[in-house]
Design a protein around this ligand. Structure first.
Ligand code: MIC
Ligand code: SF4
Length: 650
């Protein structure tokens, strides 16, 4: 019986456990990446582990999220990250060098290797045949210290691609189709493995767009085989030596097979406010648009930008549209400059933004009130753009370009009627490469002084789990609550290194009184408890969505279901992740209800997976359950991973 590509790579990396679907395994991590917004906390935690040097083959620290530098905070973080990198043997990618996922794909990704990144879009590396997984910063810190990364041995879903994309239809439309089929929930513990004849028609950047946005489905990762196309990409990056051929066995057995015929796809959009709300562009056509943003780690490659530049050659941006372009990396920017694409974009009226996350995370280029914003990025959660009532649509670069010209949502196929031919942009045979924005390893790391400006706080310490969780429902939220709802990024993201301050913004977009209530309950010596619906904690890997609640005294989250990375983060910070045994019980709980979970420590370690929760306000009881490994339980009992590891933060 043949095996899948996912299993082939995983089997070479297993350090603990057996490869049985649904069971926990610990895998060796070859490479790690962090970005600045999750990186400061990850490195503070790494420092607390007392390991003199990273133990991975390669660890890279990118600065790409907080590069706006209004005030000293961002720059303080950058300098801290640079000095930590020098001290511990980490490559540092300076602000301006580009978005972590794009840059990692260009310069470091290697087929067959494992990559763990403190960012949920780390699966971008799957485009090059890596097992690339997003995780909380603390998990990445553990991996840097040589520890295994624990995951549920996944189910593997084959996405069988046939046919070939027609002109004007893009990789983005493929992943939007996948999102239409799988939605954003119910895919925890699965890997999407792409196979079939259609694979060879897609370039590495196209594959990376597809694996990048698999994150929106909530899968552990997505992966493409490593083939001649991969070799061509690595060769163009001057890295042919990093290539190995990798594919699933012909008779590999999958848990499920889903067919997608590339030839049948048409332009799609994810409509407000979820990447899973898919509609056809032709059904949205004619809607006035205020802003078009090209970029983000999903669609900011050389081919993406050159395609748009070619469409916009000798054209002008519609007067009602603000057109923003953020190249994915310095390499992309330099190559499109040399090849004339930048001149076309600028002459069309593009507003050039830094090679960074920028608009995607809402820390710049927030659109006007009630705006319709078309973006090539991957998330359109409510408020993420920085404008609460903006309506964000996620589309391909081709659709974005057509809309820039007309000022209305436009099916790019209509451009032919305007005399614009489909620009078949090919990847260069050789990219212009300049690695000077990386700071490589230092000769005398022992001499490095770590610089901590006033923005760098101590990571908070937790106590071990009490015998009884007794407190109040601080907030009751509905389905599909994302980590952007739990703790916003955008303008608030500069406080990532200052947990007490950042905590003030918990649930800000949902209920701006949360912090006040939580503080009162905590100061009264009671525990805060969160009640949630389906798929709680979708989206980012930001551990602050667990760390800040921990700081505010949240001891348990009871949800209908929970997403993988967020659940792992809750465990890492000693918060008990529970689910309702009967989902109907959700309706019987209200915000402000006094809840008690007696003997929680015993309940977690006992044989019965059901836990009694007493609703003292309603005079009722209900049952909750948990899906935790023995190791998870020990971590929660200890009050989090750092305590479990027997380390004390300084
Ligand atoms: C995101 O796209 O939501 C982010 C910002 O990149 C996050 C990481 C973070 O919150 O720092 C992610 O995807 O994990
Ligand atoms: Fe940056 Fe946006 Fe990608 Fe997150 S999704 S890494 S914010 S570009």
């Amino acid at each position: 019986m043949g095996i899948t590509l996912t299993e082939k790579i995983l089997s070479k990396h297993i350090m603990e456990g057996k490869p049985e679907k649904g069971k926990e395994v610990g895998i060796r991590i070859d490479q790690t990446l962090t970005q600045d917004a999750t990186g400061t906390m990850a490195y503070l935690q790494f420092e607390a582990m007392g390991v003199p040097k990273v133990k991975t083959e390669l660890s890279v620290s990118y600065v790409d999220h907080n590069t706006i530098q209004v005030g000293f905070e961002n720059a303080d973080d950058h300098r801290y990250l640079q000095t930590v990198a020098a001290k511990y043997g980490i490559v540092y990618s300076r602000a301006g060098n580009g978005i972590c996922h794009q840059v990692h794909l260009e310069r470091f990704g290697k087929p067959g290797k494992t990559l763990l990144g403190s960012d949920s879009h780390t699966p971008t590396g799957g485009g090059i045949g890596m097992i690339a997984i997003g995780a909380g910063g603390l998990d990445v810190a553990v991996a840097m210290a040589g520890g295994p990364f624990y995951l549920t041995y996944p189910k593997v879903i084959k996405i069988n691609l046939t046919g070939k994309l027609r002109p004007w239809i893009a990789a983005k439309d493929v992943i939007l189709k996948v999102l239409e089929k799988f939605t954003t929930k119910g895919n925890v513990g699965c890997v999407f493995e792409y196979a079939g004849d259609g694979v060879k028609t897609l370039s590495v950047p196209e594959r990376a767009t597809i694996t990048n946005m698999g994150a929106e489905c909530g899968v552990t990762t997505s992966i493409f085989p490593s083939d001649e196309i991969t070799k061509e990409f690595l060769k163009a990056q001057g890295r042919e030596k990093d290539w190995v051929e990798l594919k699933a066995d012909d008779d590999a057995v999958y848990d499920k097979i889903v067919d997608i015929n590339l030839s049948e796809l048409e332009p799609l959009a994810a409509t407000p406010h979820s990447p899973g709300n898919i509609k056809k562009i032709k059904d949205l056509e004619g809607m006035d648009v205020d802003q078009v943003c090209l970029g983000s780690c999903t669609n900011s490659s050389y081919t993406d930008l050159m395609t748009v530049a070619e469409i916009l050659k000798n054209k002008k941006t519609h007067p009602n549209v603000s057109f923003v372009v953020a190249p994915g990396s310095k390499q992309v920017l330099e190559n499109i400059t040399r090849d004339g694409g930048l001149a076309n974009l600028l002459s069309a009226g593009a507003r050039l933004a830094e090679s960074a996350c920028g608009f995607c995370i809402g820390n710049s280029q927030s659109p006007k009130s009630g705006a319709i914003s078309l973006r090539t990025s991957n998330r359109n959660f409510e408020g993420r753009s920085g404008t609460k009532n903006a309506q964000v649509y996620l589309v391909s670069p081709e659709t974005a370009a057509a809309t820039v010209i007309t000022g209305k949502i436009t099916d790019p196929r209509n451009l032919e009627k305007m005399g614009i031919k489909y620009p078949s942009i090919k990847m260069p045979k050789k990219f212009y490469v300049d690695d000077s924005m990386f700071i490589y390893l230092t000769d005398h790391p022992e001499k490095i002084q770590i610089i901590r400006g006033p923005n760098i706080g101590e990571p908070p310490v937790n106590k071990q789990l009490p015998e009884i969780i007794s407190g109040e429902v601080t907030i009751k939220v509905g389905d599909l609550i994302t980590t952007d709802h739990i703790i916003p990024a955008g303008a608030r993201m500069k406080y990532r290194s200052n947990v007490p301050k950042y905590s003030e913004f918990l649930f800000e977009i949902v209920d701006n009184k949360f912090y006040e209530r939580a503080k009162k309950i905590k100061d009264f010596g009671q525990n805060n408890i969160i009640i949630a619906g389906l798929s709680y904690g979708q989206g980012s890997s930001r551990e602050h969505a667990a760390l800040c609640p921990m700081y505010m005294g949240v001891k348990a989250v009871i949800a209908k279901s929970m997403e993988r990375i967020h659940k792992a983060n809750l465990i890492n910070f000693g918060i008990v992740p529970l689910t309702f045994v009967n989902e109907a019980d959700y309706s019987n709980i209200d915000q402000g209800d006094k809840l008690e979970i007696p003997n929680i420590r015993k309940a977690l370690t006992g044989n019965d997976k059901k836990i009694k929760v007493v609703n003292k306000t309603k005079g009722k009881e209900f049952e909750a359950t948990f899906d935790l490994s023995e190791r998870d339980k020990k971590i929660i009992l200890a009050g989090g991973t750092l305590n479990f590891m027997g380390q004390k933060t300084k």
